[in-house]
Structure formats: structure tokens, C-alpha cells
Design a protein around this ligand. Sequence first.
Ligand SMILES: [Zn+2]
Length: 194
Amino acid sequence: MPKRKIMRIRIWDNCTINKVVDGDTVYVQRKKDRVKVRLYGIDTPEIEQNGGEEAFKFLYQWHNKKVRVRIITFYTDYGRIIAILYDQDGKCLNEELVKNGHAWVYITYCRTSICEQWKILQKKAKAQKLGLWSKQYPLPPWEYRKDYLFRATQQTRIFHNNSCPKYRKEGIGFNDKDNAIKNGYRPCLQCVRK
Ligand SMILES: [Zn+2]
């Protein structure tokens, strides 16, 4: 785990986004320094996930644009920060992503008062079926990134072992097959041992 230092709120003005990595990560140029910024409190689908490309394209609107960076966490050993970004019109980029259905509020890490507002915006985006909410079963990216032993697609409700060709990372994950069965899923007869 990288060392981190929680700082008092610190603002960097006049930064420029000069690279968009994905829907929640950019590089900003600040004077002579180039710093990697993870957007605070949100999580967007991985690029190869449903909605990942869309989130990237949405954030790319601010490529080469000036932003104000409000630092939440500063990682001392990487020159990497977690921050809230605002554009020159005062729009909050993190919030825009949630509002337009391109990001989830990252419930485990979003702990400031602003997160409550973002949760409301997420509900509204969901109700309007915006962006990733237009799909029936969007999988939170933090679930997608985990290494589960079994995954089931919601359509078939059949779960597969992680070595089965039918195993899909987009599916809901389980490590305990009894638990999967208890939740109404059925084991694949080819890959799940009794
Ligand atoms: Zn299988």
C-alpha cells in the first residue's frame, strides 16, 4: 500500500488536464509538474467494461482545459493525488460524471458531506436511465475488479467456475457456491464440482 498523507484542503488553481486515462483518472499539468489525479469519491467502469468507453469520452470533454484541483488526499511517494476537479465555469467534474450516469458514487471511500448530494444525483440518473443505468444489470467497477471464484450472469442465473469458458467478469461474483445457491443461482453442470 502506498504511503499517504491526509492534508488540509488545499487548492491548486490554473492546472490543465493534459491526459485522460479513463473515466476517473487524469494527469494535470501544474507549472512544471505533471501529477496523476484520481477523481475523489466516484468510480467509473473500467475501459473494457460496459460504460467504460463512454465515461472516458465524457471526461475527455475537459482534455486540455483548465481546472481547479481541490486535493483530498496526497500520496507522498508517488506524486499522485485524490481530488475534486472544477472547470472554469465552476462545474464539478466528479459530480458531472455521477449526474450524467457515467460514474458510481464510491460508497466505501466517499465520506464527506458532498457524497450525500452525489448519492441523490446518482438516484436521479438511475431513474432517468442515463449512461450506465441504461443497461439492466450494471456491475459496480469495484465488483468487476475482484477475483471471484464463481460468477453468474443475471440473465441465466447460472454460475461458472473462474476457469470455465463461460465465466464472465461482468457477472455477479461469489466465492462460496452454497451462498450462490442460497441466493437463487444454479451451478454450471460442466465446471462446478458437487
Ligand atoms: Zn461453466
